[in-house]
Ligand binder design. Sequence first.
Ligand code: HEC
Length: 157
Amino acid sequence: MKRQIIFGMVAAAFCAGAAMAETGPANVEYTDGAITQSLSGTPGNPEEGKVVFSTASLGNCVACHAAEITKDLPFPGDVGPALDGAADRWTEAELRGLVSNAKMTFEGTVMPAFYKSSGYIRPGNNYTGKAGTEPLAPILNAQQVEDVVAFLLTFKE
Ligand code: HEC
């Protein structure tokens, strides 16, 4: 009996901890486009963020953004502005908001929302020709957003 109670308490504490640690895309709160709280609860890793930044199936940020700091990465695009000095222009919270859903900062931007699971206009369900069922998986997970933000924070002039 006593054992069961202890087990229950440990399980409850574990669940509460897990729920507090990560914020799902549907629960993100934006303040003027910015997100003050970490999405994953774990500090971002700039090295991992560089991988997210340059990998086509992840952030693919290089497809639209160039920067001095990323000049060793192949195929830089210029659809978006050069990101040199981005960390001087934006706070960590603003960068987190920009990566999660840039439309909260720049209305109608072509920059994709990387941490969003609903509210799409025409979400396709793979090649079935039918609309997908929301919520859809975001392009990046919470930790990948934090990693990219940590990498962006190194863009100083
Ligand atoms: C399809 C092109 C595209 C992709 C992909 C893209 N962006 Fe952007 N981004 C833009 C555009 C365009 C803007 C300028 C906002 C506007 O006026 O629309 C922008 C703006 C920004 C800004 C603010 C610019 C400034 O003043 O420094 C940051 C930071 C940024 N993007 C980061 C990223 C990161 C990080 C990724 C990858 C996770 C990414 N972008 C992927 C197009 C893109």
